[in-house]
Design a binder for this molecule. Sequence first.
Ligand SMILES: *Cc1c(COP(=O)(O)O)cnc(C)c1O
Length: 477
Amino acid sequence: MDPSAFRRHGHELVDWIAEYLEHPERYPVLSRVRPGEIAAALPSEAPEAPEAFGAIMADFERVLVPGLTHWNHPSFLAYFAITGSAPGILADLLSAALNQQAMLWRTSPAATELELVTLGWLRKLIGLPDAFEGVIYDTASIATMHALTAAREAAVADVRTRGLAARADVPALRVYCSEEAHSSVDKAVIAIGLGHDSLRRIAVDDSFRMRADHLQNAIEEDRRAGRLPVAVVATVGTTSTTSVDPVAAIADICGRECVWLHVDAAYGGAAAILPSHAHVLAGADRADSLVVNPHKWLFVPFDLSAFYCRRMDVVRSAFALTPEYLRTDETGAVHNLMDTGVQLGRRFRALKLWMVLRSFGAHAIREHLARHIELARELAAWVDADPDFERLAPVPFSVVCFRWAPRGLGDEETERANERLLHAVNDTGEVFLSHTRVRGRFALRIAIGHLNTRDEHVRGAWNLLRACAARLANASA
Ligand SMILES: *Cc1c(COP(=O)(O)O)cnc(C)c1O
């Protein structure tokens, strides 16, 4: 592609993106393709001869667009709604053009230092003290895996060299999290060789928060049984109900027991930039590490996860390793980002965090988050006021869990009715909702988090739910 063709296609592509962002209602939120349909529409071999960019774009629109589920649609209310905002999109375009690979400071001084600076900005916005050093990973799952690897490094002598297998001097290790914690904690203990059995899930209270007294008892019981507690993962904004574990009480226990405390604030941590919600990170200043995902509720395009650690030296002693070809004169004087994790190469993710934080400004970000929280409160009030619906959890942030509970239906029938209702609503293509289980019950879940989600989208989803419910009730009557 020569420079003039690049200009032409580039302009067309930016126009396409602008149209896309402006008219999301053009697409069903949840893709309607069937499994295998996209793959079947594509050739099984790469082309031998070059193809025109226009032809490639035409196939993109014809074949791929129908297979997109539109995360950037304001009626995407499933999982945790996210936003690829315009400044972040432009930053990613620029990042691709620059193709920075910031393994060493010298391979991209700007990417290395901007990462430090932007993570410092974000750290202050969410109210974490200076003692926390930050690094950007792709996802919270990877951040949590690094946190638990650091915990293992701190707890087990020579684990980097000798590993864990066939060691008579290492007892069975334990990691704790609540029953509501994210599955990434399970994957992390599996990946780092602790084994899935090492993870002990602690019971939660009526509001789905970890019971600190149960945690204390579990640690004592494990020590008596000869096990070694190495880490606790507390969650600020659990994935089902967005409950907030009592981080301060958990930090007290971890301090006394010399156990690494990692705070998974992937979603909820963003809310700490609001004075009204700063308390959700109370006690996190005493954690060893914390993860918050700007790609979740801070309008940064996927992916960008911010990992903060008070003991980054432990992360480095777990991972730093410099082969001869990467030795430089600066070693010692600078931080090389390759030392803070598994991956060697790393892209220029800080650019989009920088452009988003600057383009919005903290004030506007706070207003958007406050608006989402307010919309969720309104929705919760509508659910509470409707005798045919039942709310299943408190609403600390911008997620509402509830179910359709028509009178006269038994438990089994209510379960199936909610599953049918969810399918009916999603089949309209107007909104996309997901589900969870709350105390064993099937729950509908509405997550408000897209930049452009407004009152009309939430009201539209609620009206659609009630209309579909009425239709299903009539059909079965
Ligand atoms: C979303 C989420 C994760 C996983 O996030 P990824 O960045 O996709 O790995 C982990 N923990 C919690 C609490 C989450 O909400």
